[in-house]
Design a protein around this ligand. Structure first.
Ligand code: KG4
Ligand code: ZN
Length: 383
């Protein structure tokens, strides 16, 4: 089979990304322009600013992805773009650009669901390592700043399909990391900082009983709620955020949080030592305990779903999958159940376009091409 070079474009949130991937199995180039620094002062992504920055970045990012790959617009076989879910204005920048390229160059255009991209990041990573064996049923936990979803994935020929068997009822797991970090004066985004600070605290110091990871429907058990298609394995993370807030209030941590916020804001790019010297023991213990509770809840519910569906392979992907403790816990606990668990490398865990180009490859083989009449879908569902 001849090699297929797909140029992927991703602009669903605060990263403008483009990548060239060969035949769904090899990253040839992977360019990510992160807007994090611009959104930092606001403590989260500001949609209007995000679309404006995507407009500025899209052309140089795509050009760099092509030149890093030694490719040209003409030499690529197809263009792939994220259709959703994400911020409508941000998605539109990537979509308009990809449409223009496909139209002008008369090449196939493929639309990809961002969440399917995260799942294919794991596949891409395994293929790069030479692992082509994949056993089904396959369960994927997609855990990021906007999503906490469990999907059962199937493959028939080149066609992949997905069944959602769990999702968050309120905050996504990454959102909880971000909100807790903001609450503790640790800046934005919270996940990477909490990940690095947690090993310096005592994870058993503050107890977050499972009931604080709120069970929306208290009449039924948190992880196994009977639904028409089988049991559901839903998550809920707004309760733990409130529990951290309550801890801060009852232990009068507010003055030290404010001092830390101001001190860190004065440092352009704080290093981990800058955070450590501004965190007392109590705060480090709180951070470690919060992360432990999140990791335990994510692994417990995912593995309960894996058992219920007799899963042969587990994928854990999305920004939060970059978390060290989460990886270690999944590796340990999935091994006890005899289920192999796979993660993307850290650069492919968070948003990127290589995952979009990789997810587009089976669609290219199936000639599943998009017309010019589709638009951004902020709430696009993965099926
Ligand atoms: O996949 P992603 O880049 O964007 C979305 O699709 O949302 O995920 C970003 C999220 C943020 O909430 C960020 O705090 C979280 O992933 N994150 C982490 C880590 N790295 C990123 N959470 C925990 N530990 C990390 N190491
Ligand atoms: Zn994502």
């Amino acid at each position: 089979m001849t090699d297929v070079y797909i140029l992927g474009i991703e602009s669903s949130c605060d990263e403008t990304a483009a990548a060239v991937v060969r035949s769904g199995e090899k990253v040839i180039s992977n360019v990510i322009f992160s807007q994090i620094a611009m959104h930092q002062p606001y403590g989260g992504v500001v949609p209007e600013l995000a679309s404006r920055e995507h407009l500025r970045a899209i052309l140089p990012v795509v050009r760099k992805a092509l030149s890093d790959a030694g490719q040209t617009y003409q030499s690529t076989d197809a263009f792939a773009v994220t259709q959703g879910p994400g911020l409508a204005g941000s998605l539109l920048v990537g979509i308009s650009y990809a449409k223009a390229l496909a139209f002008a160059l008369d090449k196939p255009l493929i639309t990809v669901n961002h969440l399917e991209g995260h799942i294919h990041a794991v596949l891409l990573e395994e293929r790069q390592k030479g692992n082509y064996e994949l056993r089904f049923p396959l369960l994927a936990l997609v855990v990021s700043g906007g999503h906490t979803h469990l999907y059962l994935a199937e493959q028939q020929g080149e066609i992949w399909s997905y069944e959602n068997i769990g999702r968050t009822r309120d905050d996504a797991a990454g959102e909880a990391f971000d909100k807790v970090a903001k609450l503790l004066g640790l800046g934005y985004p919270g996940g990477p900082v909490i990940d690095k600070l947690a090993p310096h605290g005592d994870a058993t110091a503050v107890k977050f009983p499972p009931s604080q990871i709120k069970n929306v429907d208290r009449r039924k058990s948190a992880e196994s709620e009977q639904a028409p298609g089988g049991p559901r394995f839903d998550f809920s993370y707004s309760g733990i955020k409130t529990a951290v807030l309550r801890y801060v209030q009852t232990h009068n941590l507010q003055p030290s949080i404010e001092a830390r916020r101001q001190a860190l804001a004065a440092i352009a790019k704080p290093a981990i030592e800058d955070y450590l010297t501004r965190c007392d023991r109590q705060t480090l213990d709180l951070v470690a305990s919060f992360q432990r509770a999140m990791v335990e809840d994510l692994t417990r519910k995912t593995l309960a779903a894996a058992r219920a569906h007799n899963v042969a392979t587990l994928f854990v992907t999305g920004g939060v999958a970059a978390n060290d403790e989460l990886r270690q816990r999944f590796e340990r606990d999935a091994a006890m159940d005899g289920v192999p668990v796979y993660f993307p490398s850290r650069p492919l865990s968070t948003d990127n376009a290589a995952m979009i180009a990789a997810a587009a490859y089976p669609k290219f083989l199936a000639r599943n091409f998009a017309g010019m009449d589709f638009s951004a879908e902020a709430g696009l569902v993965l099926k």
